[in-house]
Design a protein around this ligand. Sequence first.
Ligand code: FAD
Ligand code: NAG
Ligand code: NAG
Ligand code: NAG
Ligand code: NAG
Length: 496
Amino acid sequence: MFLLHPLICLLSFRISAEAAYASSNPSECKCQPSQPCWPSFNTWSRLNNTINGALFKVVPPDTSRYLRPLYKKQACEKLKSETGYRNWMHRAKQSPLNFEQTKGCRSNSLPPNGDETDETCTFPLHSPIYAINATNPTQVQAGIKFARKYNIRLVVGNTGHDYFSRSSGAYSLGIWTHYMRDVEFIESFRPKTCSKTKTHSAVTIGAGLIWGDLVRLADSRGKLVVSGADPSVGCIGGFMQGGGHSPITGKYGLAVDQLLEIHIVTPSGQYITANECENPEYFWALRGGGGGTFGIVTSATIKTYPTQPIAMVRQRFDLTSSNTDIWWDWVAYLQYDIPRISEAGIMGYSFILPDETRKAGWASILTMVNGTIEEIANIMQPVSTKLANSKYKEHITYHQENYSFPNYLTYFKTNYFPETPEDNKIMPSRLLDARALTEDPEFFAATLKNMWSPFVSAYLSHILGGNGLAQYKNVDMALNPAWRRTYNHLSKLHDR
Ligand SMILES: Cc1cc2nc3c(=O)[nH]c(=O)nc-3n(C[C@H](O)[C@H](O)[C@H](O)COP(=O)(O)OP(=O)(O)OC[C@H]3O[C@@H](n4cnc5c(N)ncnc54)[C@H](O)[C@@H]3O)c2cc1C
Ligand SMILES: *[C@@H]1O[C@H](CO)[C@@H](O)[C@H](O)[C@H]1NC(C)=O
Ligand SMILES: *[C@@H]1O[C@H](CO)[C@@H](O)[C@H](O)[C@H]1NC(C)=O
Ligand SMILES: *[C@@H]1O[C@H](CO)[C@@H](O)[C@H](O)[C@H]1NC(C)=O
Ligand SMILES: *[C@@H]1O[C@H](CO)[C@@H](O)[C@H](O)[C@H]1NC(C)=O
């Protein structure tokens, strides 16, 4: 179980990388490059020969620019831009070199000599030493067996989106899945070993697929997939294994609810299939147990649905007076209303954003799958009525724009773009059920107000509850069961 994320010995050395390489070697530690246990170049080459030459050395661009004492902030920034560090799409395609997400978070990937005072330019030190650019399960098996045999730290990654850099790791062998790109659409899929289960229209995808690609491919078949909201996120790595929420979770559930069958290489190096009937304990664990935990996923079959029109309303409320108490009351009312609108079929995202005077505005995109603007307007009528006939109207303005998309792809392309990787965000969050949202709006308003600070760049409500989540509530899987009654996954986007 602990094969993929073994902690190498995290000793706090304030000395050079070389000195740390040569440091103590308790037997329980993973092998490090300067130690006698480290495989010779010939041994690595033999591994390379068994995997069609897919092994490569992960070479940092120019070590002199980041190793102290030559470290310079500007040089570091330049290094980051040169290596595509600031662009998710580019970053994922290059190599696991850039899979260092959160600076200074004492993350999984820090080397033992990690200079913890330097929060800006340690990322190349956290990369694997060698990586396998895997395109088939046999290469993954070879990598796992090699790492076991030589006691080498093993990491697996696709896009590097992990917030704790768990797809990277100092002194490791990386299994890089980004080029496992097979895609096969199947109109009525049923696992071979599960003769009694219902068939479903489906797609089998390699571990390297990202949502931007799959949404487009599905559309060309008249299908939609329950994708993430950012085209650069991987489909079946950390996203799916951690739960995976989508703009259309309110109708179709989470990514784990789409899984019909999965293929993995286990920590012992076996390549297995898991579904409801075959290896059900793996099937249970991989639906919510987290990426990089139970094995390396090489491919999976997930549900597809007929593509449908999406109706969308962009709404914006702005505080125009200085009465922030009125504002937070209004926000608490909108939060209170989330279970009602969700049950009626609305889903989307709402941001509470500061304006330039650090007052706040509320901006949402609210959608209905296979719905109309009129349906959304009817469901939202009580909100408009309340605003128009209350004390709030003196302080808050409302603005709305209407959009109708013919299919999921157009909706997706219009609203979602690869975000820019950032070093310094922290994102605490809570899963809020109907009781949390409706029981005590005053307390809710006070809590949001009290947590608001100059470091908060937004509160983000993922409005994703209702039938989509609840319909799978009796399916037993590793997912946190609180998801099934969640209406708002509320996160606070916070600068360090
Ligand atoms: C810009 C951005 C937008 C996001 N949007 C959403 C969103 O809309 N909805 C949502 O639910 N989440 C979202 N997330 C969170 C995202 O789902 C997680 O960060 C997820 O872990 C990313 O998975 P990945 O495979 O793409 O990344 P990676 O960093 O490559 O991997 C993440 C984790 O999964 C493991 N892993 C990767 N591939 C495999 C594999 N084949 N087998 C086993 N383990 C594997 C890695 O070891 C690591 O622990 C977003 C994150 C970012 C950075
Ligand atoms: C692995 O083999 C390929 C093809 O022969 C070669 O290009 C590559 O450099 C080798 N990798 C290593 C780490 O030697
Ligand atoms: C990885 O493999 C893919 C496909 O085989 C290839 O296009 C890509 O250039 C390779 N990348 C590296 C860094 O080896
Ligand atoms: C979308 O709605 C139309 C009309 O209400 C209905 O006929 C159709 O079956 C719906 N499509 C899907 C995929 O649910
Ligand atoms: C959006 O649609 C609603 C409901 O049909 C309508 O009342 C409103 O005028 C529309 N707004 C715009 C800007 O078109």
